[in-house]
Design a protein around this ligand. Structure first.
Ligand code: NAI
Ligand code: MG
Length: 347
């Protein structure tokens, strides 16, 4: 029996995870759950966003289902105590270095996409984002310049082993899809990116069946909107991947539709919607639970070896959308739980 660490977190996190759990329960799988606090909720109850007890559950679990963290009442805390440190800490402590973010347009969501319908229909891509390095984890701080001005800094760096292992995930992902990998960097300006590009080219030698291209991140942002159909798999660093995947979500209809998997190299994973805690709509029953439900499907496929159950969930979400189920972000009026009901009704 597999153990799932259930980490709902803050804001809309618990609202969408409740619906994901209902869907999992409906499938009658052999799963047990241990729920633990993360983020602002954990800070307010035990004084730390990632308590040792939560980390312990996370380490013991076969997979983690995560909602979101982020709490405006914590904005003035020192960085180490901010809710967002919980997700950064989990990624780092568990070596979850590879973040898979698939983006496709569900049939019927053309009108919700920010793109023209014909362009939107072409989206079928996966962003493979590196999660353990880059400017997010480099040395950071404040200092005073020679002129006496305040200065903030964050060091961006990648070592070749970090690039190599995420490049491999990119190539492996592309190999199982349409065989096209686009590596996104800023090699015209950044030394980090030049190393990135060198290493990706070295790894390409092991994947003659995959076509590798390179693109600067600014162009990639533009191309995602102009012609997303040109992309199969994008592999990129932590910062660029963060930004491009939020952008890709609007191409696919809503940030409330995109799931993600964050994996180590042994198949353990943390599964979460790509969105945050959405304090602007938290507690109002407005959040779209589809990204969380689809994250549960990814969990079944990638960590629990149950692709058939994952397929069933994904098909049920697609059918519910086809039937007209829409939360507000998709232009509809359904509540979070009504959207969950619509998926369950199909299941
Ligand atoms: P956000 O993703 O929480 O919200 C951005 C916008 O999208 C908001 O208008 C929100 O209402 C909407 N939205 C997000 N998810 C939705 C859903 N499921 N259904 C309908 N609408 C949805 O990003 P924001 O506002 O920049 O950040 C809020 C907090 O979340 C911050 O504290 C941030 O640090 C945190 N955050 C946490 C993440 C995580 O836990 N992995 C990821 C991103 C942000
Ligand atoms: Mg983000």
């Amino acid at each position: 029996m597999a153990l799932i660490a259930l980490l709902p977190g803050d804001g809309i996190g618990p609202e969408v995870i409740t619906q994901a759990r209902r869907v999992l329960d409906a499938l009658d799988l052999d799963l047990t759950y241990e729920e633990a606090p993360v983020g602002g909720v954990a800070y307010h109850s035990v004084g730390h966003p990632l308590p040792e007890a939560t980390l312990d559950v996370a380490r013991r679990a076969d997979a983690l289902l995560f909602g979101a963290v982020g709490d405006p009442t914590c904005d003035s805390l020192e960085r180490a105590l901010r809710p967002e440190q919980a997700i950064l800490g989990l990624r780092k402590h568990l070596s979850l270095f590879s973040n898979l973010r698939p983006a496709t347009l569900f049939e019927g969501l053309e009108d919700a996409s920010a793109l023209k319908p014909d362009v939107a229909r072409q989206i079928d891509l996966v962003i493979v984002r590196e999660l353990n390095g880059d400017v997010y984890f480099g040395e950071k701080g404040r200092r005073t310049t020679a002129a006496g001005h305040r200065e903030g800094y964050d060091i961006m760096s990648y070592d070749e082993t970090e690039v190599r292992r995420i490049a491999r995930v990119g190539f492996e992902t592309a190999r199982k899809r349409r065989g096209q990998l686009c590596s996104v960097d800023k090699a015209n300006v950044l030394e980090t990116s030049q190393l990135w590009r060198d290493v990706v080219i070295e790894v390409a030698a092991d994947y003659p069946d995959v076509t590798l291209t390179h693109m600067y991140v600014d162009n990639a942002a533009m191309q995602l909107v102009r012609n997303p159909g040109q992309f199969d798999v994008i592999v990129t660093g932590n910062l660029f991947g963060d930004i491009l995947s939020d952008q890709a979500s609007m191409c696919a209809g809503s940030i409330g539709m995109l799931p993600s998997a964050s994996l180590d190299d042994a198949g353990k994973g943390l599964y979460e919607p790509i969105h945050g805690s959405a304090p602007d709509i938290a507690g109002q029953g407005k959040a779209n639970p589809c990204a969380a439900i689809l994250s549960a499907a990814m969990m079944l496929r990638h960590s629990l070896g149950n692709g058939a159950a994952a397929d069933r969930i994904e098909a049920a979400v697609a059918q519910a959308i086809r039937n007209g189920a829409r939360t507000a972000d998709l232009g509809g009026t359904m509540s979070t739980s009504a959207m969950g009901d619509a998926v369950l009704a199909v299941l």
